[in-house]
Design a binder for this molecule. Structure first.
Ligand code: G3H
Ligand code: 13P
Ligand code: ZN
Length: 335
């Protein structure tokens, strides 16, 4: 049994309170390896932004759950050393389970040092979602670990659940859900989705330059949720913007990505000034990492030292996370 407090993490309570008051959102960035983690921590320290490190069930399987915990703990220590060397303020870091799908998985994360867990019961019936989420909250709160629940289904493919359609969150359910479960934050479905193909081209309109513009997010639903749950932290999953530059770099260097469309950054900026306190971004990092590595190999096909091609990938991630904090989430300077 490890307590996240001993490892140097914080839960999301204070982070979300400050984000709500300051009208910004905390970036929740997924990591599966050392380079992603280094880029996230360095970018957030540089921009003096709080951060939520996210680990999915797939990440735990890929990188080993014990190693991941030590990586997370190491990231806190690295942040402290770098903050001291550079005379910067230390930043708050949460270690969060992304899309937990069972009580056992959430319990295992609480027991191994996570400071926050998500129980995603959105694919179950409402009653089952309530019962499962409540069970996780009861256990997690005994250890001062915060819990994120979800209502409504996002389209897109995740490791364990996939849906080809969106079921928007029903605002009339949110009060009952939060009241019955005791969750600390709620992920809602307002038109975002997972992955790099969030919209089909036929769902979009074209601007004068021929660029595809996706349909706007359902801000009406978000506003209704805010009215039902004033001051309650809301989470946006599937919030990658799928930058055209990254997609072009991938495809110019041998990639074959098709119809890659994300959430425009202006829409996300608008969302972060509401009660959205946490914004999940994974795919944009995957895209920039792939773009940098493809470019590297196209230019230097004879190289084979992983440090050579992972260094520009890490640098691309570093720039991207700084951009998100400073220009999209508004979390820069809020550590
Ligand atoms: O929402 C899902 C995240 O992007 C994590 O994806 O399950 O493939 O690690 P993953
Ligand atoms: P993206 O696929 O849009 O990056 O969403 C990530 C996410 O929601 C992780 O939980
Ligand atoms: Zn998600």
């Amino acid at each position: 049994m490890y307590s996240y407090k001993q490892l140097g993490f914080v839960n999301t309570k204070e982070m979300f309170k400050k984000a709500m008051d300051g009208k910004y959102a905390v970036g929740a960035f997924n990591f599966n390896n050392m380079e992603q983690l280094q880029a996230i921590i360095s970018a957030c320290l540089d921009t003096q932004a709080p951060v939520i490190l996210q680990v999915s069930k797939g990440a735990r399987k890929y990188a080993d759950q014990t190693l991941l915990r030590y990586l997370g703990q190491g990231a806190v220590e690295m942040m402290k050393d770098h903050a001291k060397e550079r005379n910067l303020k230390e930043i708050p870091i949460a270690l969060h389970l992304d899309h937990g799908d069972s009580f056992e998985l959430c319990k295992s994360c609480v027991d191994s040092g996570f400071s926050s867990v998500m129980i995603d019961g959105s694919h179950f019936s409402y009653e089952q979602n309530v019962a499962l989420t409540k069970q996780v909250v009861e256990y997690a709160h005994k250890h001062d670990v915060t819990v994120e629940g979800e209502l409504g289904v996002l389209a897109g493919i995740e490791e364990h659940v996939s849906s080809d359609h969106t079921t928007y969150t029903k605002p009339e359910e949110v009060q009952d859900f939060v009241g019955k479960t005791g969750v600390d934050s709620l992920a809602i479905s307002i038109g975002t989705s997972h992955g790099a193909n969030k919209f089909k081209p036929e769902q979009c309109t074209k601007n004068n330059d021929g660029v595809l513009i996706p349909p706007p997010l359902r801000f009406d639903i978000l506003e209704e949720v805010e009215r039902k749950l004033p001051g309650f932290p809301i989470v946006l999953h599937g919030a990658s913007s799928v930058p055209a530059d990254a997609v072009k770099l991938i495809n110019d260097n041998g990639g074959k990505l098709k119809d890659s469309i994300g959430i425009p950054e202006e829409q996300l900026r608008r969302a972060t000034t509401s009660s959205v306190c946490k914004v999940n971004i994974d795919s944009d990092g995957r895209l920039w990492m792939t773009a940098a590595i493809r470019k590297y190999f196209a230019e230097k096909p004879a190289d084979f030292d992983p440090r050579k091609y992972l260094e520009p990938a890490r640098q691309a991630l570093f720039e991207m996370y700084k951009h998100k904090n400073a220009n999209v989430l508004g979390s820069a300077g809020k550590a």
